[in-house]
Design a protein around this ligand. Structure first.
Ligand code: GDP
Length: 309
């Protein structure tokens, strides 16, 4: 299942380019490039990448490399490939390290962070299933102590995937102590990986960022080098909001990878390319549904060739 319904919005907008091919002539260059720019922006490619792509096309055309109608047309036909290639280039160079880095000390600690509703808990559950299927002994930590229902929701995932879970013993417990307790248990009882859920109230909430820093410190005290991964969940349906979110989380806690969720719907995931381009952080997984098996390792080729256009 490769993003079955996903990116349809992106695809639709880029179909505009096909139409532009029909009416292309040299005097139309500016108008057509403007329309291309519009199509890319609406597709959530982000202003930076859009400008990069459009300007490089403009340069080629006005450098006089294209002298006849046939050449121009052929060049326009190459637009799609050029776009695919430049996106692929960004994803494979700046976002190359898609493998989880778990180190050699046990347990490895993975923190999942992100704003509420993006798919943190669900992604944690799916990741647990995936890693457990690979033979790892997994412990879950219910670090979202802020939202009452969050640990119940994680308990359901623990049951579904057959994993142990550490939850707060009392209401409004400190997230950092729950995670610390979980990682201690993980160390004492020979777990391979501790997957830590965290709170996700508004990312602009300073106390959340303080809490995440405290969580990071707390697990580092128990296992040297932990957390091995801090994965930021990006909701594929949020478009351009991804970029400020990613910037802020990265500035505060240092993100090692992204999980891009909800690509099975009508998600506009194109914006993640801007995020990878700016921050140089890879997408490690994509969410393509709500079931245990609906988390896939990120595959740049599949993303570009099957989804974007
Ligand atoms: P959290 O608040 O960040 O922990 O978000 P949740 O894990 O509770 O997810 C919020 C909603 O999004 C839930 O209804 C999930 O089932 C749904 N969800 C999460 N990931 C995906 C996905 O990849 N595809 C779809 N279709 N729904 C998802």
């Amino acid at each position: 299942k490769i993003f079955s319904g996903g990116f349809s919005k992106t695809r639709d907008n880029l179909a505009v380019i096909d139409e532009l091919l029909l009416y292309w002539n040299l005097s139309d260059t500016d108008r057509v490039l403007d329309e291309l720019e519009e199509a890319l922006l609406v597709s959530d490619f982000g202003p930076k990448i859009t400008v990069k792509i459009v300007e490089s096309l403009r340069d080629d055309i006005f450098a006089g490399k294209l002298k006849s109608g046939t050449e121009i047309k052929a060049s326009v036909m190459n637009m799609k490939d050029a776009l695919k290639n430049s996106v692929l280039d960004i994803l494979t160079k700046k976002g190359a390290k898609t493998e989880l880095k778990l180190g050699f000390r046990k347990p490895a600690v993975i923190m999942i962070v992100g704003v509420n509703g993006g798919g943190k808990t669900t992604s944690l559950g799916k990741l647990a299933y995936r890693l457990k299927s690979g033979g790892a002994k997994i412990l879950m930590a219910a670090g979202d102590t802020f939202r009452a229902a969050a640990s119940d929701q994680l308990e359901i995932w623990a049951e579904r995937t057959g994993c142990e879970i550490v939850s707060a013993e009392k209401v409004k417990a400190k997230a950092s102590s729950v995670l610390s307790q979980a990682v201690k248990k993980g160390k004492e009882e020979g777990y391979d990986i501790v997957l830590c859920d965290t709170s996700g109230r508004l990312h602009t909430n300073y106390s959340l960022m303080e809490e995440l820093i405290a969580c990071k410190k707390a697990v580092a005290k128990v296992v040297q080098g932990a957390p091995n991964e801090i994965l930021l969940v990006l909701d594929g349906t949020t478009g351009l909001n991804m970029l400020p979110q990613a910037r802020e989380f990265n500035e505060v806690v240092g993100i090692t990878g992204f999980i891009l969720t909800k690509l099975d719907g009508s998600a506009r995931g194109g914006c993640v390319v801007s995020v990878v381009d700016e921050l140089g952080i890879p997408v490690k997984f994509v969410g393509v549904g709500e079931g245990v098996e609906d988390l896939q390792p990120f595959d740049a080729q599949a993303f570009v060739y099957h989804s974007i256009m």
